[in-house]
Design a protein. Sequence first.
Length: 571
Amino acid sequence: MKVLVDRMVREGLIDEAAARGISGLLASGEPPSRAFEACGLAEEPLLRFWAREFGYPYVELEKHVFSKQFLARFPARVLLEKHVLPVEGADSEVLVVTSNPFDTSAIDELRLATGQDFQIALAPLADIDRCIKRYLGVGADTVQSMISEAGENGLQVIDTDAADDMDLTDAAEGASIVRFVNQIITEAIELRATDVHIEPFEDTLRVRYRIDGVLQEASVAPEVKQFQAAIVSRLKILSKLDIAEKRVPQDGRIKILIADHEIDVRVSVIPMLYGEAVVLRLLDRSSVLLGLDKLGMSGHDLKTTGMILERPHGIILVTGPTGSGKTTSLYAGLSCINDVERKIITIEDPIEYQLHGINQIQVSRKAGLTFARGLRSILRHDPDVILVGEIRDVETAEIAIQASLTGHLVFSTLHTNDAPTALTRLVDMGVEPYLAASSLEAVIAQRLVRVICTECKEKLPASEIEPLRRRFGDKLPDMLYKGKGCQRCQGTGYRGRIGIFEMMVVTDEIRSLIIENASPRDLRQVSARQGMTSLRDDGFRHLFEGRTTVDEVFRVTKDETFAGKNIERRI
């Protein structure tokens, strides 16, 4: 050992102080990864040096693709406990990748279990653990414990229709079930997921995370299926739902604290064909609130938004589907006008961010506190600015309009696909056109497009640009980019999202069209003439600036002819 450490010093990989620290730690039985970490050294270059010295292969695991059939040949318990991973080498040779070449017990156990010979290969511990999680499944070590406990305790696969509630409660409180559920939520937070989907099928229990607006399947061991009812019951217990009720949908909430972050988890349970499906919506209350200039608006739209926010009264609507960033945009707007001279009150479901200096109300349907009822009460508290989380019915819409007509600035959201259809949506709800025309100041439609990962961003080959140029003409930039896919972005090529916007300012001409019940198409034509840019055109602005891809813009916007009329002027 001392000879090896001395060679590391001579090669200039470590200094004398680090050599003494590593020697002492290794002599005391510490694995190399911990010894390197304790001495503040990077593991990869040192393991590469060891591989050369010992004559072992060094394996870059990120370049390997594993099959579940191949890994199924080896006992998962050994892989998880010993932090080793078999890979197929040249000539069908099986390598056992480890970060600790001095511990041969894992190879001995694998040889006994399979009757096969193995050769040692080296890779960093973090890479090995990452691959184990990816290919054996989230919480793979916990699944092994669950199976072990089930065998020891005589637990059987639970029939979700006939299980005794007490047995189900006991199973849900088991240490391994608790740990497995915690691991699912923790991994979702680490991956920046906004939603977790737990979906039962005939032979599997599928877990998916929505990351940057797109669902990605998590690898889960097949054995998890037999613990489906206990996992769902654990989530019901956490969210204070009735574990005995399996026939009707239920909704609840969980509050958790992880790494000093308070996470509000909204839980929705719905009975499906093969059991109950669960969706967890993760809301980080301590998330950094973005300013208007960080949302992705063009300079033109940013200036227009600032002017609208200075108006003394009226309604400002933000429209778009669920998860399109509407609430973030509204909060950014409120932050711009939040000062001691204005009283701002919000009524939301749920409260996604805690805003200093702003009075926030949480909707509670069980207590009878709806948007409409809360809005009536807010008006008696002498507010200057009001935020209504969502206009869902004509009653809420009419109260919001009356509030705006009596001198209040009202912010709210509406579920429509674009800005012009928001007007017809209000009229369809039952709002009189003249009231909508007199109260609305602006409608902002928005979407979120994924941003190309900065770690693996690369130029798009000319062969891929040419077909796009034939479709969109010379308006496309000479240089387009894509994400190759890396560890930081989980191989997707994207990391993070940015907004695209369609801003319709309600001018006198637009008001006249609203009163005349004009179609959304007519409203769009007039708004476009007045300077409104469509969602797709605004998405292409980000494309020109190298932030996103053509595929991503097309994914979130309508398939309409690319005009590009206002883009160059608005950047």
